[in-house]
Design a protein around this ligand. Structure first.
Ligand code: ADP
Ligand code: 5GP
Length: 209
């Protein structure tokens, strides 16, 4: 009898500008079995973003309605906007064996870890320095100067929380950062708890097991 391995939930957190989105894009492009769970947000769509690709963009009322119906599994406020994980982006995918990556604030990471303790692993992305972080946020030209300052301020508080995570990845050289995140996902796929039915998937009749 062959069964499908349940997908894992890889929660990625880290300050704005640390490179979470860049790393995640690289990982989902290199493995069709990994997908990104698109969140809902009340923040406005920015240049280069698209509905259903970067986020599902909602009004405050629409967002609150999704929370009330239970379609949003967890949500958090960040720099004045709401962000939430959609049930539809998560549960059906992991039950079909798809590995799902989420990009969440630290409280969001805690909530998903609590809700899916067996499926979830957490990784915190660290920038090489605050100066480089500020340079990266400025370089992507997405936020106003005021929003940038708020994000850098928020980053200094968030970085302290990296110890809560299963893994930390320093995103200095991008290729190295991708390799490290990818190594975490590959190793987690091979853990015993995700493969306890491995003998059923093999033809080992006659072996002493
Ligand atoms: P986040 O999703 O954490 O807010 P992004 O992925 O948007 O961060 O990255 C912020 C900016 O930094 C982007 O312009 C991106 O191209 C750039 N960037 C990401 N990783 C690196 C890296 N390792 N070295 C240099 N620039 C990077
Ligand atoms: P941004 O505005 O840069 O796209 O995202 C801001 C922050 O919101 C990032 O730290 C990101 O991790 C977080 N975020 C995005 N989607 C969600 C979500 O569904 N839930 C939570 N808790 N945080 C999210």
């Amino acid at each position: 009898m062959s069964t499908v391995r349940r997908g894992l939930i890889a929660v990625i957190s880290g300050p704005s500008g640390s490179g979470k989105g860049t790393l995640i894009n690289r990982i989902v492009k290199q493995d069709a079995n990994v997908c990104y769970a698109v969140s809902a947000t009340t923040r406005e769509m920015r240049y280069g973003e698209a509905e259903g690709v970067t986020y599902y963009y909602k009004s405050d009322a629409e967002f609150d309605q999704l929370v009330a119906t239970g379609e949003i599994l967890e949500w958090d406020s960040f720099c004045g906007y709401k962000y939430g994980t959609l049930r539809s982006e998560l549960e059906s995918k992991i039950s079909k064996g798809q590995d799902v990556i989420l990009d969440l604030t630290v409280p969001g990471a805690r909530a998903i870890k609590k809700a899916f303790p067996e499926d979830c692993i957490t990784a915190f992305i660290l920038p090489p320095s605050i100066e480089e972080l500020e340079k990266r946020i400025r370089g992507r030209q997405r936020e106003t100067e005021e929003q940038l300052k708020l994000r850098v301020h928020e980053a200094q508080r968030e970085i302290e929380l990296y110890r809560e995570f299963d893994y930390s990845v320093i995103n200095d050289d991008l290729d190295t950062g991708v390799d490290h995140l990818w190594a975490i996902i590959k190793a987690e796929r091979l853990t015993y708890k995700r493969n306890s039915d491995v003998l059923n998937r093999l033809n080992l009749k006659g072996a002493i097991v």
